[in-house]
Design a protein around this ligand. Sequence first.
Ligand SMILES: [Mn+2]
Length: 314
Amino acid sequence: MECEDARTLDFVGDIHGFVDPLKRLLEKLGYQKTQTGWTHPHARLVFLGDLIDRGPGQKETVELVRTLCESGLATCLSGNHEFNAVGFVTPRPDQPDQMIRSHTPNHIAQHEAFLEAYANDAAGYQETLKWFQTLPIWFESDRVRAVHACWHLGSQQTLAPYLDAANRPRSLEFFKASGIPGSKAWEAREITLNGLEARLPDAASFEDYYGVTRRKIRVNWWAPEQRTYRDAAVIDDTQRARIPNLPMHEPVPDYRDTLCFFGHYWMRGRPRIEHPRAVCLDYSVALEDGVLCAYRFQNEVDACAAHLVWASKT
Ligand SMILES: [Mn+2]
């Protein structure tokens, strides 16, 4: 994709197979389907990953986004769900009888809508997984950045040897190396695609919304100056009091760099800018009241709320 030529870049959050809101969002942003394919007079798209799992239009979403990419109008980053789809059928190099994405009942349930959509289309399934293997892990230009979950330089340096100049996996080696639990590449890929986490000190734990005991929090890497685990946790405010109010052991990255868009975090409510340089565009389209959110970037240094565009499910 020739991003330098585009005057406008539209970043699009997690779609999870909800193809109708995607079509409405593209329409709102001025993309048009013509006889020869999709066009826009001055804009290009960057999808932030997690095209699949959950929603009713698994194949349709993949096909639409792929068509946009192949017509030079879009680039699509890998989310953790695309990584997991490849990992679901790729053996672990350290334990070849296991897959990189293990087949626990929970993991199968999470992936069911996708598997079902391709149940009678083995060729389409293989073709789609092959395409997922080529998706860039992050996007970077002079003025703007994007990644599925967390912009983390140390992790990017660890992953770089497995990626080409456009941050696409060079081969299946990226999946294998980052599919061995506990390896440096595994940790780096987890941070980049699933987000930064912090282990609570000593024996501290909390019960999450579903009653599961947790010893780690998801760290709000984009918000400045959190001092306690309670402040730093990515959690709905109604649930925040569950997290121990203990001082953070490790410093929280305080992001002040080039404007960065990301998805993954299941934000709720009306889309908003919480931080001028780090903007989450995942507004939980898979949930009943969720929306599919985009940001129209026009070379501004700080994000502004007027550039948020979204489509609801109905
Ligand atoms: Mn995700």
